[in-house]
Design a protein around this ligand. Structure first.
Ligand code: ZN
Length: 234
């Protein structure tokens, strides 16, 4: 994932049309553009057309472009003038959804990253993430829905949020795994390991008898021997 965050705000003269209300956001709403335009072209189109329709951010494989500040509403959710989607949610468009492919995959990955950062910034959980469909029933984001990935995309966002929220925990978990590999085997596993190594030697899988090493063997060394054993037997 790699993207540049770009601010390309619509002129304030367009606020009465596209972003007429102040907003204290409570949700994030995810869309698919249903076309193959870049984020820059998507924003340019939104800015020049004279409809009320708008959204806050468009994300492609290279950029996350913000057009409307998060303290103003945008009409993207199809739930009317007073709906929570249109009045309390940050609208995010994932580009290149019509044809899909690598550029869409990168755009979606950038969106996962971006949304996780916004959740972190507001101190929100994954429950704040909505699909356009949740507000109005429209089949959007069409590609994520068609591919049956509404849960997995949310899971990816939640996972990334957890990493952002507690980087020290991630490091601690990694270190714990390293420590475990340096530990000696518990007694029951020592007995099993000894039996396995004896058999391996008897069957001539290992030319050396390793059984005497079991008492001082680390989990890492045991794992290495197991890999060799499995690799050399059918
Ligand atoms: Zn939508």
């Amino acid at each position: 994932m790699a993207y540049t965050i770009v601010n390309s705000y619509i002129p304030t003269s367009l606020h009465p049309l596209k972003a007429p209300y102040t907003m204290v956001p409570e949700y994030i709403t995810i869309h698919n553009t249903y076309n193959d335009a870049t984020a820059a072209n998507e924003i340019a189109y939104m800015t020049r057309n004279t409809t009320v329709v708008g959204y806050h951010v468009a994300i492609d494989d290279k950029q996350a472009i913000q057009a409307i500040p998060f303290n103003r509403n945008a009409f993207h959710a199809g739930d009317g003038g007073k709906g929570n989607g249109n009045r309390k949610s940050i609208g995010i468009e994932i580009c290149y959804s019509k044809s899909g492919g690598p550029k869409y995959i990168a755009a979606e990955e950038n969106t996962v990253e971006y949304v996780a950062h916004v959740l972190k910034q507001y101190g929100w959980g994954i429950d704040r993430v909505k699909w356009h469909r949740d507000w109005s029933g429209k089949k959007c984001p069409h590609r994520i829905i068609d591919e049956g990935r509404t849960q997995s995309v949310k899971d990816r966002i939640a996972e990334r949020l957890a990493e952002l929220s507690n980087p020290l925990q991630q490091i601690a978990e990694d270190e714990r795994e390293v420590d475990e590999m340096a530990e000696q085997l518990p007694q029951t596993q020592k007995d099993d390991m000894r039996a396995l190594l004896k058999r391996a030697h008897n069957e001539k899988v290992f030319s050396v008898d390793h059984t005497s090493k079991v008492d001082t063997m680390t989990r890492g060394q045991a794992t290495d021997l197991l890999i060799s054993y499995v690799a050399r037997t059918k």
